[in-house]
Design a protein. Structure first.
Length: 335
């Protein structure tokens, strides 16, 4: 497995380089530029100095190589004035946001805790709900529970999160008054009262995203379980006198988790990428809202960096999923 892991890591290097090239050029060549965000009242000579400080006047291949270097090798800034220098090579010692003139990674570090708390909790809740529903729905196929599980999945699939979120706000916040309509990102948990406030403000975005995640994973779980329950090894295990609990939870479930692991692992990067619609709907100051603000403000370094981070996470968790296969199924060998 070690040799396989090293081969995959080496293969990931040219893959990520190609992805970074595509991301940078697509975003850079898209309509809109930092110059459009500069007020028209700014004198032309000042405008040119601003663009020179941003580095947008450099050739595109130079900007790509510098951005790639800054992404993997962060050099310390020599004071705040370095960010506003006239020389692109001297002034931008790391990836700087066009909007805030702050390092992109500092902005991401400030926003990632909110995203991980809300989106991560929603994903965990969705998985914990989906797996039991999928397992029992397959075991009791066409039962009343299975019908309700199918209806639950169809609702989660077909209803978009912006509609579900708006509906939850109307019912639980406006009519019932149980939860706040907006997420307070300045809240600090220091005692039981602040913890309860944090739970209340997390409830609606977690329910919205948890419903969407659970709907997809439960269907994969049910389908995989049904496929394995008809295999010969299941009939053999039952013929040997094994209990139904052992057959389902030890043999069938373990083999059924292999395709589900792929779905779960490839969904984890979405936690770090944030939920753009849900975060903006509930006012969560996370990565998703940062991406929307960057797109609106033509903040190219922020968009490029977030997209590339998301690509790295997808490649990483794809590898993790492949390694978990060998733990679930002893027949899988990597040598």
């Amino acid at each position: 497995m070690l040799n396989y892991t090293l081969r995959r890591l080496l293969l990931a290097i040219p893959t990520l380089l190609l992805i970074s090239l595509v991301i940078f050029f697509l975003v850079d060549l898209a309509p809109g530029s930092p110059a459009s965000e500069i007020p028209l009242t700014v004198p032309p000579e000042v405008r040119m100095k601003i663009l020179e400080a941003l580095g947008v006047n450099e050739p595109i291949h130079v900007r790509y190589l510098l951005w790639l270097k800054q992404f993997f090798w962060v050099e310390p800034l020599n004071g705040v004035d370095a960010m506003f220098g006239t020389s692109f090579a001297e002034g931008m010692q790391r990836i700087i946001s066009y909007q805030s003139r702050s390092p992109v990674f500092s902005i991401i570090a400030d926003r990632i805790p909110q995203t991980l708390i809300v989106i991560g909790t929603a994903y965990v809740v969705g998985v914990l709900i989906a797996l039991p529903i999928g397992i029992y729905s397959a075991y009791r196929q066409y039962s009343v529970f299975d019908q309700f599980g199918t209806m639950f999945a169809m609702i989660g699939f077909s209803v978009p999160t912006f509609f579900t979120g708006t509906l939850f706000i109307i019912i639980f916040a406006v009519w019932l008054g149980w939860f706040p309509t907006k997420y307070d990102t300045t809240l600090s948990v220091t005692d039981w009262d602040s913890l309860w406030k944090q739970v209340r403000q997390m409830a609606m975005p977690v329910m919205v995203l948890g419903l969407a995640n659970a709907a997809a994973i439960s269907r994969y779980m049910r389908s995989s379980m049904l496929e394995n329950m008809g295999q010969d090894y299941v009939r053999t295990a039952r013929a040997k006198g094994m209990s139904e609990r052992t057959v389902v939870l030890k043999h069938v479930l373990r083999n059924s988790l292999i395709p589900v692991v792929t779905v779960i692992a490839l969904g984890i990067p979405s936690i770090f990428g944030g939920a753009i619609i849900t975060e903006n709907l509930f006012g969560v100051n996370g990565i998703g809202s940062a991406l929307i603000q960057a797109i609106r403000g033509n903040d190219l370094p922020m968009v490029q960096t977030l997209a590339f981070i998301f690509a790295i996470l997808i490649v990483t968790f794809n590898l993790i999923a492949d390694l978990i296969y060998g733990m679930l199924d002893p027949r899988i060998r990597y040598d």
